[in-house]
Design a protein around this ligand. Structure first.
Ligand SMILES: Nc1ncnc2c1ncn2[C@@H]1O[C@H](COP(=O)(O)OP(=O)(O)OP(=O)(O)O)[C@@H](O)[C@H]1O
Length: 746
């Protein structure tokens, strides 16, 4: 039995985490999972990268799945496939799930789109989430065709344009996430294309006139369990489809059946009556709040991944964040959602408009709880909390879970006293510390000593705070040195990058404008044209970069993160929007261009490395002189674009700037972590203290990633873990017994 079983997780979830290579629960998971399964409220603080997402998501999935199964077996019809409606639904092209210009014949097996300029699409009435299915589509008139599979969340007029759709076009290209790669061969008038979806291997493949063209796509595991519908997308073309009601022109490959004949237990239908939205059965059981969109998306993906083996019924997750098509979210609600992950704004919008009902909610999770409060979400949290049902008892009562690496502020404690019931505090590392997998050091930027800021090349764009001030070799004003440090820091950054031969590093800047400027600087060094959602000049350019900042739109941010994770750009320049929670596997380096003015933000930023037992290095460039920076609290006003004498004054003088004192912020951070931070050598070399203990390269696992060693270790500790599990179980039971005795209703 694996140690994940000892904390009480069900086999389907264990299988999913084992697929991720997780062999043992991390300490926060060992502590939290049994307590959540046992019904307790929790406030959990553990280091960055210690596996907090799994600590709350895994037990929640388990309880939600059990609740759904109980409800389904009680005949309430919450399963993905209750059979009743589907058995009456014929598989055909769906007139209710098509673009306006897409024509469908009365028998639902022929379609046409005559718009010459634009693509239009349609899905079938029946989709599949298990088994191996096949359908055929024949080109019956010349034009552009693309065919394949998509989920309901995907747009119809661009099959293969997003992460949830997979297409194969007549031009011999396969398409997914807007990537068009050569595949198969051209097809056109008279050709019959077979479309296969294998949910066991999660592969999509095609045949042309009976000839197998091979695997086109390996669908990412996080889409496992989603319902995929046959999808046709046309531009001035016509096709006939056969879903298997009548004999196919070419036999499906062995093991595949026509989707029209697939067992109802493996299919779902878009024609099912709404199972949610007031009156349906399937309303959210869990609401997870995240402080930022990117983080919400990451948590949502993790939950989808963890839940991929939960079947009959599957657990439906939805992401509710701004910048994403609200129509798709409304559609997901209509289909029935069990776990909602999102940002407070979008979730409250949906509740206020009556589209999202919270009368069944059993879990309320505040991830990065302190950040949620810092960003002004207290009223939204309280508004949500007031609407959740609180009358359940024992295992059915509302559970509130608060997680973060820094969870010690008075505001957090106050909130927990308002919304948690006898919370169990799990504090694994005291007042927010830096994990010992993170080496962190500073480099001083001293414009008095280092005069390279006077060089004219490479040009360093700065933030325009000092455009009206006199700057030069013979000027020694505070303003001059402030501008000097702005010009010096990017030069130091370059030295660091070169000295450490960095090829993957997250670089934190203070503002969106600073990100833009640094992007321009690095592009200039590498001769790039600038990255705006394009994947060019990636690996060959030693300074290739992308930006992940609040001012960029969701698509750009997603592309930036994706390209960085895939190693297509070397540097990801970001604001604090990426400081919390964002998980980039085996990231070796983080650089702070400026220290954050709050010590907890430092803990979160440097915690982007050293995750999951991987070693990482965080370097902060710290100015020795005060720096004047923009500080504009007026929404939409951007004084840096046209700085004048008035707005470059400080806040106190009625302007929009402040003097930023990094030496003081460094002291605050050192006070928080309880020791001084080492400094890099003049040649950017690591201090001897770090060199002496570093045994593996940054970005690699501390133990060298030897899984046989881990397995052996697991075997050795098995007995103790079993004993602990028994004790844990006794603790849980006593908790519940006490709960019953004293009553747990709020
Ligand atoms: N039990 C485990 N075994 C191995 N790897 C794990 C385990 N649990 C989590 N991980 C990995 O550790 C990394 C960090 O996990 P996660 O993002 O949940 O951390 P976190 O504690 O939420 O961090 P942060 O405070 O920065 O948000 C992820 O890459 C995850 O896949």
């Amino acid at each position: 039995m694996a140690a994940f079983a000892e904390v009480g997780l069900m086999p389907e979830l264990i299988r999913a985490v084992e697929d991720l290579g997780w062999m043992l629960p991390t300490p926060i998971q060992s502590e939290s999972v049994p307590l959540i399964l046992g019904g307790g409220d929790i406030m959990a603080a553990a280091e960055t990268g210690s596996g907090k997402t799994g600590a709350f998501a895994l037990p929640i999935l388990q309880i939600v799945h059990e609740a759904l199964r109980k409800s389904a077996s009680a005949g309430k019809g919450v399963s993905q496939s209750n059979g009743s409606s589907q058995q009456n639904v014929r598989c055909q092209l769906n007139v209710q799930d098509r673009d306006a210009v897409f024509a469908i014949s009365p028998d639902g097996l022929r379609c046409q789109s005559r718009a010459p300029q634009s693509w239009a699409g349609c899905r079938a009435t029946v989709g599949v989430f298990a088994g191996k299915v096949y359908y055929e589509a024949k080109v019956t008139d010349e034009g552009l065709c693309r065919i394949g599979w998509s989920t309901q969340a995907s747009k119809l007029d661009g099959l293969g344009f997003d992460a949830q759709s997979f297409g194969y076009g007549g031009t011999g290209k396969k398409s997914h996430k807007r990537r068009f790669d050569d595949y198969g061969e051209l097809y056109g008038l008279g050709d019959t294309i077979g479309c296969m979806f294998d949910s066991e291997t999660m592969q999509v493949s095609y045949s042309k006139n009976g000839q197998d063209l091979g695997v086109a796509f390996s669908v990412t595991q996080n889409l496992q369990g989603q319902v995929f519908y046959p999808t046709i997308c046309l531009k001035n073309a016509e096709m006939a489809v056969n879903f298997g009601e009548t004999a196919f022109e070419y036999d499906p490959p062995p093991g595949f059946v026509g989707i029209a004949k697939a067992p109802p237990s493996t299919t779902a239908t878009a024609m099912d009556p709404p199972r949610s939205a007031h009156g349906g059965e399937r309303r959210p059981l869990c609401i997870i709040l995240e402080p930022a969109r990117d983080l919400a998306e990451q948590t949502h993906d993790c939950i989808t991944d963890f839940g991929k083996y939960l079947k009959a019924p599957t657990v439906a997750n939805a992401l509710f964040v701004g910048g994403v098509d609200a129509k798709a979210q409304a559609r997901a609600l209509r289909e029935g959602v069990d776990i909602v992950t999102g940002t407070p704004g979008r979730i409250t919008d949906f509740i206020n408009s009556g589209k999202l009902s919270v009368d069944k909610v059993r879990f309320f999770v505040l991830d990065e709880a302190d950040r949620l409060l810092d960003t002004g979400n207290q009223p939204a949290i309280m508004q949500l909390f007031r609407q959740f049902p609180k009358s359940g008892k024992g295992m059915d009562r509302l559970q509130v879970l608060m997680f973060s690496a820094t969870l010690h502020s008075e505001e957090v404690k106050q909130l927990s006293s308002q919304i948690c019931q006898n919370p169990i505090v799990i504090d694994l590392k005291g007042k927010g510390s830096v994990p010992d997998t993170v080496d962190h050091v500073i480099v001083r930027a001293d414009p008095h000593e280092d005069r390279t800021w006077l060089q004219t090349a490479p040009k360093v764009p700065t933030d325009n705070v000092h455009v009206l001030d006199s700057i030069g070799p013979n000027v020694s004003t505070k303003e001059c040195y402030s501008e000097a440090v702005k010009r010096l820091k990017p030069r130091i950054l370059r030295r660091i990058i070169d000295a450490h031969k960095m090829d993957q590093c997250l670089i934190f800047c203070r503002t969106n404008f600073d990100c833009d400027n640094l992007e321009t600087f690095l592009n200039q060094l590498g001769g790039g044209q600038g990255f705006r959602g394009r994947r060019e000049h990636g690996k060959e350019n030693p300074y290739s970069c992308a930006v992940l900042a609040g001012a960029r739109n969701m698509h750009e941010r997603r592309m930036a993160l994706e390209c960085f994770k895939a190693g297509e750009v070397r540097f990801l320049i970001c604001t604090d929007v990426a400081a919390r929670g964002i998980d980039i596997r085996e990231l070796p380096y983080v650089i702070n261009m400026t220290l954050p003015d709050r010590s907890e933000d430092y803990i979160h930023r440097v915690g982007r490395v050293g995750r999951a037992d991987t070693m990482g290095l965080a370097i902060s460039i710290v100015s020795t002189v005060p720096e004047k920076v923009w500080y504009c609290s007026v929404k939409g006003y951007r004084p840096w674009l046209e700085p004048d004498a008035e707005n470059t004054r400080t806040n106190k003088e009625g302007g929009h700037t402040v003097w930023y004192d990094e030496s003081q912020y460094l002291k605050d951070i050192e006070a928080r972590i309880g020791h001084p931070i080492d400094t890099l050598g003049p040649d950017m070399s690591l201090p001897a203290s770090i060199q002496a203990r570093s045994t593996v390269a940054y970005g690699q696992q501390r133990g060298g990633g030897d899984t046989s060693q881990a397995a052996e270790h697991m075997q050795q500790i098995r007995q103790s873990v079993e004993q602990l599990a028994r004790l844990e179980w006794e603790a849980q039971t006593s908790f519940l017994t006490l709960g019953r005795k004293f009553g747990t209703a709020r």
